[in-house]
Design a protein around this ligand. Structure first.
Ligand SMILES: Cc1cc2nc3c(=O)[nH]c(=O)nc-3n(C[C@H](O)[C@H](O)[C@H](O)COP(=O)(O)OP(=O)(O)OC[C@H]3O[C@@H](n4cnc5c(N)ncnc54)[C@H](O)[C@@H]3O)c2cc1C
Length: 480
């Protein structure tokens, strides 16, 4: 390493954001607008800025599950995405259009690139790399897997979702050759025979993504989809607006809340409306409802209501709904409610035993691939990520009481192992689920990015000049 490289590798910033997917990119954009004097670095291990897991997909058949009118990344400019899409995607885009996710990834990437290219963005830096550990003294040191270190006044974790937990199925291990643990891995669908068979374990949005991707690749075999209840995400439909009906203090138990929601759904359908209006009317207050519930009631929700809530809340674009319905109708996709009781590998296939939820009957499937689509692991004690492990090991972070993510205060500051909120370490995105529940989609994340940027702008004194500008360009290359 030359002296210049060594100096650069210890560059200091006011804020380092680990993760440059949706949340991290938007936080950097908001910081460049609100506090242009703060020096900010975004560290990301992925290939392109702003894409992250959701918008980095290569499949244009993967559509947004929210219409263009509600996908602006900037809360202060609600039609920003729609305007961008009309110019950069096609003039035919309507507020109700469900656009491909790769196009949305370009939109987020372009926002960050614009922020870096223009005046206030001279303090914004993109660093390609993986952060693996953090130490905190007066400043924070962030070590990357390439051995380099960045130093910051504040660190924000915007690391998104983690791969699913390993499945506990007799005969199945992480090394099983026909088993794919991460449905998002680039090779998950590689080399599946065209007329073969695939088992997707889990029947949520990830399974939908994989089924649609398989179809787009010309796969003509069987797609078996299994989950405990066999519930698939429901489909979006244009609806009217239902008036808000939850006020604080609302019902404090899940039982009473369910009764209230069912009553509203009945009223909506009697007046010619749709249950979707009722569910959507809860969106602006979902975080308040969650926070009004005791830990016991939150657990009750997770045990008894969660899977029903997910399919009603996380709906799919009409076109995607139609694709899935056709696959089912034609017998290509088969949905099961039950569990896998056994897995064995033979030359040429895997044999999987499924037990039906209602009858208890067991059937055997021969498949070429089994893909774990059970959803992201949220219990950070089990997440096999060096950075998360390191933060927990050093007591800089702790899990939230429901193991849905990391414990944070209302500003998103990490709460350490002794229960103290950090003045310098923050979290944005899905890892705040324990305290907010609704914290994984664009409407909430764009607000979080904006709020955290405002908080950091108030609390940090700009002071750290990372490196002279001419030196910065080669080392911390702007995203391409
Ligand atoms: C498949 C899918 C589809 C979705 N579709 C929609 C939709 O249509 N509409 C909607 O509103 N919401 C949607 N969402 C929800 C939401 O928009 C995304 O989850 C959102 O992108 C989350 O943003 P994030 O920044 O928290 O995570 P991500 O965008 O995944 O970004 C995390 C980033 O952190 C990086 N990273 C992680 N660890 C490290 C490390 N140690 N060092 C360096 N970099 C690291 C990763 O490389 C990644 O780029 C979808 C989510 C998924 C998973």
């Amino acid at each position: 390493m030359t002296r210049k490289e060594a100096d650069l590798s210890h560059a200091k910033f006011d804020v380092v954001v680990v993760g440059g997917g949706f949340s991290g990119a938007l936080l950097a954009v908001q910081l460049s607008r609100r506090a242009p004097d703060l020096s900010v670095a975004v560290v990301d291990k992925g290939p392109l800025p702003g894409r992250g897991l959701a918008y980095g997909t290569k499949y244009s058949c993967h559509l947004l599950n929210v219409p263009a009118s509600n996908m602006s990344a900037l809360p202060e400019e609600p039609h920003h995405f729609l305007r961008w899409a009309k110019v950069n995607y096609g003039t035919s885009v309507q507020p109700t259009t469900f656009l491909p996710r790769p196009a949305y990834g370009r939109y987020i990437g372009s926002l960050l690139e614009d922020a870096m290219a223009h005046g206030s963005g001279r303090n914004l830096h993109w660093i390609k790399g993986e952060a693996s550990s953090v130490t905190r003294d007066q400043l924070i040191e962030i070590r990357l897997t390439d051995g380099s270190v960045r130093v910051a006044q504040s660190l924000v974790l915007a690391v998104g979702n983690f791969p699913p937990a390993n499945l506990k199925i007799p005969g199945l291990s992480a090394g099983s050759s026909r088993y794919v643990r991460s449905p998002w891995s680039a090779t998950a669908l590689h080399e599946i025979p065209k007329n073969g068979a695939v088992l997707l374990i889990g029947s949520g949005l990830t399974s939908v993504d994989l089924a649609v991707a398989l179809k787009s690749e010309g796969f003509a075999g069987h797609i078996h989809i299994l989950s405990r209840r066999g519930l698939m995400p429901l489909t979006q439909r244009p609806t009217g607006q239902w008036p808000h009906f939850w006020d604080e203090p609302g019902p404090q138990t899940i039982r009473k809340l369910l009764r209230l929601v069912r009553e509203q759904v009945r009223m909506a359908s009697e007046s010619g409306g749709d249950w979707r209006e009722v569910i959507d009317s809860l969106r602006p207050v979902t975080q308040n409802i969650w926070q009004s519930l005791s830990l016991k009631e939150r657990k009750r929700f997770l045990r008894h209501v969660r899977s029903y809530w997910e399919v009603h809340r996380h709906r799919i674009a009409p076109e995607i709904g139609e694709t899935i319905a056709n696959l089912v109708h034609q017998g290509q996709a088969i949905i099961y409610a039950g569990r896998v009781t056994d897995y064995r590998e033979f030359p040429g296939h895997a044999e999987v035993a499924l037990q039906d939820r209602k009858t208890g009957d067991v059937r055997t499937l021969n498949v070429d691939r089994v893909i774990n689509c059970t959803g992201p692991e949220t219990d950070c004690r089990r997440i096999e990520d060096p950075l998360i492990k390191n933060l927990l090991a050093h007591g800089l972070a702790r899990p939230d009481p429901l193991f849905l993510g990391l414990d944070v205060d209302p500003n998103g500051a990490l709460i350490d192992s002794s229960g103290k909120p950090s003045p310098a370490l923050y979290v944005i995105g899905p890892a705040r689920k324990g305290s907010l529940w609704e914290t994984i989609a664009v409407p909430e994340l764009r607000a979080q990015a904006s709020d955290l940027a405002a908080h950091l702008a108030c609390t940090l004194e700009p002071g750290i000049q990372p490196v002279p500008e001419d030196e910065a360009i080669g080392a911390e290359a702007n995203p391409g």
